[in-house]
Design a protein around this ligand. Structure first.
Ligand SMILES: [Fe+2]
Ligand SMILES: [Fe+2]
Length: 192
């Protein structure tokens, strides 16, 4: 399971606090699940807190980028990643409603998805954003700040963590497809 380290620091207080809180929440839920110390109601509220907290955080980050007029080339790519997260998490959330929510596996799936998504996103995109914001705060023009960090080199250790997250996200998506395929086959078998 993921553990927080200074590698994730953006040095923007509010964002670091939110990233940390989110990972602490994910770690607490993982422990509760392992110890089976979680009931249906807990699952219900944990899912809504996780979804709500993640979305709120993305919104705060977008407000900060707008406030500092970060270069559009970074802003548009960053927003696209946030939108894809919102889409995926809403899809998860609607797939895990009602009876399904009682299945602990669904919460485990959401925890895994959020953990890997945020690990990859913070290291690949949020840190690049933070570097630009620091330059803008020091008086650089947003365009100049973007051009300055264009050749940003990822720390090899961070690169390994990012790779690990992408592989995990890919495995989960593949399992998801398999499950969909199986239920489609069952459905077709029932109607013919
Ligand atoms: Fe973030
Ligand atoms: Fe972000």
């Amino acid at each position: 399971m993921f553990s927080w380290s200074d590698k994730f620091l953006t040095n923007i207080d509010i964002l670091d606090i939110e990233h940390k809180n989110l990972f602490n929440l994910l770690a607490t839920l993982t422990t509760k699940l392992k110890l089976r110390k979680i009931d249906d109601e807990d699952i219900e509220s944990s899912i809504s807190i996780l979804v709500h907290y993640s979305k709120n955080h993305l919104h705060h980050e977008e407000l900060i980028m707008r406030e500092y007029h970060i270069d559009y080339r970074h802003f548009s790519k960053h927003i696209m990643e946030h939108s894809s997260f919102r889409y995926d998490i809403d899809r998860f959330n609607s797939n895990t409603c009602g009876y399904d929510r009682r299945i602990i596996g669904q919460l485990e799936q959401i925890i895994r998805f959020i953990t890997h998504w945020f690990t990859f996103h913070i290291l690949s995109t949020d840190l690049v954003m933070a570097e630009q914001l620091a330059l803008i705060k020091s008086g650089k023009d947003p365009k100049e700040a973007y051009d300055n960090i264009k050749d940003h080199k990822t720390d090899p250790e961070n690169f390994n963590l990012m790779l690990d997250s992408v592989i995990n996200l890919w495995f989960d998506a593949r399992d998801d497809c398999k499950r969909l395929e199986e239920s489609l086959t069952k459905y077709i078998d029932n109607i013919i």
